[in-house]
Design a binder for this molecule. Structure first.
Ligand code: PMP
Length: 289
């Protein structure tokens, strides 16, 4: 027996969890999703993730065929059925089965898939040493094309930039928007520290409104670390004292080099360390924010 997957209203073994080749999620990347952590048996920031999922769906005019409460209950049930205490949930809403044409209105019912499993994005050494990144040549999606705040099933923009990183033997790439300002990494939000002040680009610069980012901003306020949201350039990244990325899967990870320029001492910085520690205290229920 493999994992039990929630598929359109019931739990089925992963060997039976199939979607139609006519699902527009597959044919066109037409759908939305969420990645959510489970820490100590508790679904982390569940409300924030559900809100983002329903907002993303509404922007692309996708009707989720369950209320938020029903979807939350189904997610809890899937986590329980797979005995996940510390893990990762993937909620996927596809446009559903339709014709071989773009028209989403041929799809009568959206598909709902819930996977509760585990994830290890990077090896533990990378969290201790910090990672190297590059600046991607690939520009982040223009907000008037598909708004980067929509967590859609179409990640090609990010995947192309991810390949640039991997071609350069680094795990991540920083993406810039059409105006040259920092947007985000391929699956994570960006923070830097300079002269004791924490900075992150506004979501409007072309990033997903990260749930981890919001938690880190709240924790910074609690720790009395000054925080400023402002557009950042490549220069700002190059001269940063500290640099880190946040994301559900990546959690909080230091960046120690970008485009061959060393950040600070070349090791994860002290403010990054404090925020990382505060993040895990909060995630494990040992503090509030
Ligand atoms: N940006 C992108 C493009 C993402 O896919 C993600 C999620 N992996 C993030 C940022 C971080 O968001 P969150 O903290 O909500 O996981």
């Amino acid at each position: 027996m493999g994992l039990l997957i929630w598929l359109d209203g019931k739990l089925v073994d992963e060997s039976q969890a199939m979607v139609s080749v006519f699902d527009h999620g597959l044919l066109y990347g037409d759908g939305v999703f969420e990645g959510i952590r489970v820490y100590g048996g508790k679904i982390f920031e569940f409300q924030a993730h559900l809100k983002r999922l329903y907002e993303s769906a509404s922007v692309i005019r996708l009707v989720i065929p369950m209320t938020m409460e029903e979807l939350a209950a189904a997610t809890q049930e899937t986590v329980k059925a797979n005995n996940i205490a510390d893990g990762y949930i993937r909620l996927i809403i596809t446009r559903g089965k339709g014709n071989l044409g773009l028209n989403p209105f041929t799809c009568s019912r959206a598909g709902v898939i819930i996977i509760a499993s585990t994830i290890q994005l990077y090896p533990p050494e990378l969290y201790e040493r910090g990672m190297k990144v590059i600046s991607a040549v690939t520009v982040r999606n223009h907000p008037l094309a598909i708004p980067p705040q929509v967590k859609s099933l179409n990640y090609l923009n990010n995947i192309i930039a991810k390949m640039e990183a991997l071609d350069n033997n680094v795990p991540e790439a920083i993406m810039y928007n059409h105006e040259g300002y920092v947007a985000e990494a391929t699956g994570d939000n960006v923070f830097i520290v300079r002269d004791g002040i924490l900075y992150s680009p506004p979501v409007q610069a072309g990033s997903l409104e990260g749930v981890t980012r919001s938690v880190v901003i709240r924790l910074a306020k609690k720790l009395e670390i000054p925080f400023v949201e402002k557009n950042l350039t490549r220069f700002d990244l190059y001269v940063a004292d500290e640099f880190f990325l946040t994301g559900t899967a990546a959690e909080v990870i230091a960046v120690v080099e970008i485009d061959g320029r060393t950040i600070g001492s070349g090791k994860p910085g002290p403010i990054t360390g404090r925020l990382r520690e505060a993040f895990f205290d909060y995630a494990n229920g040992n503090s509030t924010c």
